[in-house]
Design a protein around this ligand. Structure first.
Ligand code: B12
Ligand code: SF4
Length: 231
């Protein structure tokens, strides 16, 4: 099953004209990642949706640096948002430095910041103009002003057909909402993700149609294969 944040961010960047590739599971796709790194990309973005600790990120950063010491490494998602909520000042700096990446996106969403970072790196521009990020400049920590992102779920719906060449597996997820309608006492997700936002019915219908098209494609291939194997 594809990691939805990885596919969503890839889709978001592609829609803005950035050539983007993704890997799904670091532990199983190291060769593929090394191959992508050999193409000298401007940056690698790491999602932290499922991480509570820095360790998995540090491991990836170390691997990426070993294969391409020049590439900029951007980390965003819940782990970074959690650090920014739990720590301030030097404590936050230590928590981020511990991962040894180059740029951290501090925003419940962050896809717009990521797109701006890529554009900035392409143009050799000034990172201080990109909101919602933390990075180091000549050894000094920098943090740009927070600006609330509000990307439309409908306009940025995933174009799954654009991912047909990837090994997507047997199950696709459909993003119907951002944040959560509930407010369980132990969970910080609704606070982190902000106001509940729902995708429109048209988007859901289109995603459903696209998913069916994929099934039809698979069915067509199977039928062709059966056709060939018949005497
Ligand atoms: C689907 C899901 C699962 C599925 C995942 C299937 C799959 N292959 O993707 C399953 C059931 C396997 C799962 C498992 C776990 N899950 Co889960 N899961 C979710 C769920 C419902 C949706 C995640 C998702 O795909 N969202 C859609 C994507 C598009 O959004 P996103 O990931 O939030 O990313 C957005 C931003 O954060 C940002 N972003 C993310 N990464 C990056 C990176 C950069 C560089 C930038 C700029 C931005 C950015 O961009 C996205 C768009 O705005 C969330 C709750 C929720 N509603 O979000 C919990 C959630 C992510 N899961 C959670 C947890 C704890 C887990 C487990 C650790 C549980 C456990 N103890 O085993 C495991 C870990 C799995 C693993 N192997 O690592 C927590 C994470 C808490 C945290 N990190 O602080 C959440 C938030 C649930 C909760 N309320 O606590 N999960
Ligand atoms: S508040 Fe958190 S734990 Fe409760 S339903 Fe929503 S995401 Fe799940």
């Amino acid at each position: 099953m594809p990691n939805l944040a990885a596919v969503y961010l890839t889709n978001f960047l592609r829609k803005r004209g950035h050539h983007t590739k993704y890997i799904n599971l670091f532990q199983y796709e190291k060769d593929r990642l090394a191959e992508f790194l050999s193409e000298d990309p401007y940056c690698v973005a790491i999602t932290t949706t499922f991480y509570f600790l820095n360790f998995p990120v540090s491991e990836m950063v170390e691997f990426i640096r070993r294969h391409n010491p020049k590439v900029k490494i951007v980390v965003g998602g819940p782990l970074i948002a959690n650090h920014a909520r739990n720590y301030q000042g030097d404590e936050l700096k230590y928590a981020l430095d511990d991962m040894a990446a180059d740029i951290y996106v501090i925003e419940g969403q962050g896809e717009m910041a990521l797109s701006q970072i890529v554009q900035c790196l392409k143009e050799n521009g000034d990172l201080s103009r990109v909101p919602n990020i933390a990075y180091s400049e000549n050894g000094s920590p920098r943090r740009t002003p927070p600006v609330l992102e509000n990307s439309s779920l409908d306009e940025n719906r995933i174009d799954w057909l654009d991912f047909n060449n990837e090994n997507l597996g047997r199950t696709l997820q459909t993003r119907t909402a951002r944040s959560c309608a509930f407010n369980c006492a132990f969970c910080n997700y609704p606070t982190r993700a902000g106001k509940l936002t729902l995708a429109g019915l048209d988007t859901l219908e289109e995603q459903d149609v696209v998913n069916h098209q994929r099934i039809d494609l698979v069915a067509a291939v199977v039928l062709r294969l059966l056709d060939h194997s018949l005497p």
